[in-house]
Design a protein around this ligand. Structure first.
Ligand code: ADP
Length: 346
């Protein structure tokens, strides 16, 4: 069963992407949260501008929907430059990458989403481009083959990935700034909800937004999406104003519980308990049991369950914690309490 769109951190089609674009802040001053990264970026951008140079290459990693693309656009805007957007899977041949690189102007930003999915053949060309602003490529073959050395304008590469562990070390070390984006706090999500509600010209009770922020899985993209669903509900079933009871009813209809878990999250934990006695169990076995892609479970489901302490990762596999049993209202087996729930971490 495909993951419900509402909770999925991935893009939900053209309409959703347009909505996302419209809600993206453009300047650093309008950005919310993300720890000390904003301050670091502010300094790097001011320094680069002062020297009239491009900013250092930036690697952003973390679960989808937390703001990697937004930051890339903000950096380009603050640098007064143009952004070119591509992704690891889209750059299938070296010529795709070379075409983009040779068209960049000085201090432009190249944003590569899912950079861990670049093919090794394409990645080869990224190293000299990042380091020395040049690409070397071979034309013709055999006796007539020669290397063409193409200088590039100095640019900034911003890479985004949900799996920094899958990045090759030579690529990872070429980024000057590396930052992990964490799930947002309920306070930051509340600020985001107020911002979105304001942009959508919605009327709301503060308590309604607080509830929404607590159930948005620490993810601004989900907060935005839920807000739209709640707005529809309030408009059709009430007088349009977002109240605590309309948010409760709308989220219930969407299958989102008090911790912000959706059907797939709960099925993940429930199957782990039912079929694998709470684990430890390997992620591939879980994917087969649920009929889901391993990548979806690793990128979208697991990080939040780990963050909320419902799941533990150990060398022997994944384990449902006591909190998971409690949340699902399942009695843990008697032997369970004697078994240490957290053995050595992975
Ligand atoms: P990612 O690229 O990590 O998947 P996005 O950059 O698309 O995530 O962010 C999703 C949404 O979250 C954006 O449309 C925007 O509304 C909101 N958002 C992300 N980062 C910020 C931020 N720093 N301040 C305010 N809103 C943000």
């Amino acid at each position: 069963m495909a993951r419900e769109k509402i909770i999925s951190n991935e893009s939900g089609g053209v309409e959703d992407e347009q909505f996302n674009m419209a809600l993206r802040p453009q300047t650093l001053a309008d950005c919310i949260g993300t720890g000390d990264l904003l301050e670091k970026l502010k300094i790097s951008i001011a320094a680069a501008r002062g020297r009239n140079e491009p900013m250092e290459h930036v690697l952003l990693h973390g679960p989808p929907g937390l703001g990697k693309t937004t930051l890339a656009y903000v950096i380009a805007h603050e640098m007064g430059s143009t952004i070119r957007v591509s992704s690891g899977p889209a750059l299938t041949r070296p010529s795709d990458l070379i075409g983009i690189l040779t068209n960049l102007e000085a201090r432009d930003v190249l944003f590569i989403d899912e950079i861990h999915r670049l093919s090794p053949a394409v990645e080869e060309y990224i190293y000299p481009a990042m380091e020395d602003y040049k690409v070397d490529f071979i034309v013709d073959s055999g006796m007539h083959s020669r290397t063409i050395n193409l200088p590039l304008k100095p640019f900034t590469l911003i890479g985004a990935t949900t799996r920094s562990g899958m990045l090759s070390p030579p690529l990872r070390t070429r980024f000057g700034i590396t930052h992990h984006l964490d799930f947002w706090s309920a306070e930051d999500l509340l600020l985001r909800c107020r911002m979105t509600a304001g942009m959508l010209k919605m009327e709301y009770d503060e308590s309604a937004l607080e509830m929404l922020a607590r159930r948005a899985r620490g993810t601004p993209r989900i907060a935005n999406r839920l807000l739209r669903r709640c707005r529809d509900y309030a408009q059709v079933k009430g007088d349009g104003r977002l109240t605590g009871s309309s948010v409760t009813a709308a989220l219930e209809l969407e299958g989102i519980d008090v911790l912000g878990l959706d059907d797939l999250d709960r099925r993940f934990l429930a199957k782990m308990i039912e079929i694998y006695q709470g684990g430890p169990v390997g992620i591939e076995a879980m994917a087969a049991t649920l009929g889901e892609e391993t990548d979806t479970l690793v990128d979208v489901v697991e990080p939040y369950l780990l963050q909320t302490g419902l799941l533990a990762r150990t060398r022997r596999g994944r384990l449902a914690t006591m909190k998971a049993y409690q949340h699902l209202g399942i009695n843990p087996p008697a032997t369970r309490e004697e078994t240490p729930l957290f053995d050595e971490p992975e």
